[in-house]
Ligand binder design. Structure first.
Ligand code: SF4
Length: 339
């Protein structure tokens, strides 16, 4: 029996039960694939259901307000996914007359659909035999093939992955590899004794599963110190919408780069930015948020001021609860919500 035959036979009785499994509608497959990037399936389930209730088809999503889409996305992180989702929906519902492109190549032209998502959607929705190469699939295949080269990106394995694919059930094949990577061929403790493709796996034969994939040394993340202020003016909290770039379109509190052991230095930094009459009320807990390439190390203060530079809006608690904030600011958002 071939690798794909054994894999699909296992999938037919062991596939994970997930709400998007069995779907053929490109809109629903696309939505699930975008949400599953960087996020565990268990977390995605609730968001997927809420999104489909709010936006049952691509036309409904295209007609939505971006802030409402970001609000529904709140907590999933990597917000550029939500903005791209919305932009792509507008293109599909507008320029493309409501129909998704029917190939991986066409799908890649839409905002936010990279090679992995394009191949996953095309294989599941349109049965195109293209491998959905993400970290999971690359890990499994690098072990099966005992791939000796460094895997910089999963698509380094494009050629052997394409050769191994099942041509008749490409969507199921890709999903089977996703399930195998999630449940059996896991990063740190692969269950080789229970693996349906152990008979095809060179790493298993060499008793060397954990040696694959060969990776390049990790890059050191940049550390950034920030001071976050829950700054009140006349009893209302100051917030502003972040410009394009990191967390663009989401809201944030007053923030200053750096940490300040002396409150007078912090007040001076705020005055440099146009605040006046600043009074520090009390320190808030520290927090840390790890992005893909960056770490925010945050200290917090509750404060008041009499004058505010342009760009900030003073909001009450009710308005605050309706605004989309990034997970990075969750600690301070929760504190602010209690006042
Ligand atoms: S035999 Fe082990 S290393 Fe090979 S694919 Fe299966 S779980 Fe992964």
């Amino acid at each position: 029996m071939s690798f794909s035959t054994d894999l699909l036979a296992w999938y037919d009785h062991s596939a994970r039960s997930l709400p998007w499994r069995g779907e053929r509608a490109p809109y629903r497959i696309w939505l699930s694939e975008v949400m599953l990037q960087q996020t565990q399936a268990e977390t995605v389930k609730g968001y997927y259901a809420r999104f489909l209730t709010a936006y049952p088809d691509v036309a409904a999503l295209a007609a939505a307000d971006e802030q409402a889409v970001l609000k529904l996305w709140e907590g999933l992180g990597y917000y550029s996914r939500a903005r791209n989702l919305h932009a792509a929906a507008r293109i599909v519902a507008g320029e493309l007359g409501g129909a998704f492109p029917g190939s991986a190549e066409g799908l890649r032209k839409l905002p936010g659909i990279g090679p992995y998502a394009a191949n996953a959607i095309a294989s599941i929705a349109f049965s195109e035999p293209v491998p959905a190469l993400d970290g999971n699939q690359a890990r499994v295949l690098s072990r099966v093939l005992a791939w000796e080269e460094i895997v910089r990106t999963p698509f380094d394995l494009l050629s052997p992955a394409t050769a191994l694919m099942d041509r008749v059930r490409p969507g199921d094949y890709n999903q089977a590899l996703m399930d195998l990577g999630a449940a059996v061929c896991t990063p740190k403790s692969p269950k080789c004794d229970a693996c349906p493709v152990a008979g095809h796996c060179r790493a298993f034969a060499e008793d060397a599963a954990l040696e694959y994939p060969h990776k390049r040394p990790p890059t050191v993340k940049k550390q950034q110190d920030r001071t976050i202020l829950l700054m009140y003016e006349n009893g209302k909290l100051l917030v502003r919408c972040r410009p394009k770039g990191l967390l663009g379109g989401l809201y944030e509190f007053v923030a200053v780069e750096g940490h300040f052991d002396d409150g007078a230095d912090l007040i001076a930094a705020l005055e440099d930015r146009g605040f006046a009459g600043v009074r520090l009320i009390r320190p808030l807990p520290e927090a840390k948020h790890v992005f893909t390439h960056l770490v925010w190390r945050m200290r917090g203060w509750q404060a008041e001021c009499d004058a505010v530079p342009e760009g900030y809006t003073a909001v009450d608690r009710e308005v605050l609860s309706a605004l989309p904030f990034p997970s990075a600011l969750r600690t301070y958002r929760e504190i602010a919500g209690k006042y």
